[in-house]
Design a protein around this ligand. Structure first.
Ligand code: NAD
Length: 329
């Protein structure tokens, strides 16, 4: 299949491009490289295009005979979205609208979209299933929720079929070490903890030690980026087998606290992680854990790299490999 990976120069998109290519699909990456990296585009041609330019999107869809789109592109910092809501609605909503309209005009009928657990806001119960209320508490979460609604209407009105994947915490790196997570600024816990352990980043601030959790620190559901990548291929198969458009949660269904992550990085790296205990941050829920059963059943998918140890090991190995390549070059 000819697949357009929109945002394929980014963290999750590049890992998915690798798996798509390994599975025999032809990958084209559409990316403006605003937060992605040219070096991460190794499994397909890069079309350096901004989603703001609908005509260019149409050109790319036609030039590469695209049959399906996987849409990772967007701005992805919850905190930044509170400072710059217009940017988030523009880049995540308006630009996704351009993509959907370009698909409609060029007759591309299938899309898999990166949504987020932030669409649930503060959950009323955990684990969170897909039918839980969606009450986002940030422009970022709201922007993802709005795109989910647009997908619904583009299906109703134009027959575009969709799957929205609501990721919990993407983490880890390509076990072969070719690509990994490199956000700037980095806000995700595992790379920050690894950076602190290696002395490349400041001590970790542990926000909140009085949550109603066994050790008082917040609990999140970490899913390995390769498991995320594989589910996108399953989602494409689901759409091409006439699966009904739907949203699926993507997590492991297991939660790990901040202190557990710190301990795991210490175990795997053999180094102490300097950390400072601080007060809670506004808007951080105590526990976010997915109920991934719908994805497992409907998409016939199951996580393979589900343990926190594997997640940390792959992230750390990739970090060591990047250090080596800096030294060699
Ligand atoms: N990383 C997570 O834990 C997580 C969790 C939930 C949802 N998500 C969503 O998954 C998607 C991918 O996340 P990621 O961590 O790989 O992010 P990322 O920043 O690494 O990748 C996003 C990619 O989209 C590109 N992009 C952004 N705006 C664009 C535009 N206007 N035109 C063309 N390209 C554009 C960037 O250059 C980048 O390569 C995002 O939509 C994010 O909101 C991520």
């Amino acid at each position: 299949m000819n697949v357009l990976v929109v945002g394929g120069a980014g963290y999750i998109g590049s890992h998915t491009a690798k798996q798509l290519s390994r599975a025999g699909h032809t990958v084209t990456v559409l990316d403006n490289l605003s937060t992605g990296h040219e070096w991460a585009v190794k499994w397909g041609l890069l079309e350096r295009v901004d989603l703001a330019n609908q005509q260019q999107i149409e050109r790319v869809l036609e030039a590469h005979n695209i049959e399906a789109v996987i849409h990772f592109a967007g701005s992805a910092y919850v905190g930044e979205s509170m400072q710059k809501p217009a940017h988030y609605f523009n880049n995540n909503v308006t630009n996704s609208l351009n993509l959907l309209e370009a698909m409609h005009i060029t007759g591309v009928r299938n899309i898999v979209f990166s949504s987020s657990c932030t669409t649930y806001g503060i959950p009323t119960q955990v684990p969170i299933a897909e039918d839980a209320p969606q009450n986002p508490i940030s422009p970022y979460g709201e922007s993802k929720f709005m795109v989910e609604k647009m997908l619904h209407w583009f299906h109703e009105c134009h027959g575009i079929k969709w799957v929205a994947l609501r990721y919990f915490n993407a983490s880890g790196a390509d076990p072969e070490g070719e690509i990994g997570e490199q956000h700037d600024p980095e806000t995700h816990l595992i790379p920050l903890v690894i950076g602190a352990a290696l002395g490349k980043r400041p001590p970790i601030q542990v926000f909140g030690t009085d949550y109603p959790t066994p050790n008082g620190t917040a609990i999140r559901d970490y899913i390995h980026v390769n498991d995320l990548a594989s589910v996108h291929i399953k989602a494409l198969e689901y759409l091409f087998n006439d699966g009904t458009p739907a949203a699926f949660n993507l997590g492991t269904g297991m939660g790990h606290s901040v202190l557990e992550v710190i301990k795991m990085v210490e175990k795997v790296s053999g180094k102490k992680v300097p950390h400072v205990l601080s007060n809670r941050r506004a808007g951080d829920p105590a526990i976010l854990i997915s109920n991934p059963n719908a994805a497992k059943t409907s998409l016939q998918w199951k996580p393979i790299f589900a343990s926190l140890e594997i997640i940390v090991k792959t992230a750390l190995e990739r970090e060591y490999q990047s250090q080596e390549s800096v030294l060699v070059n």
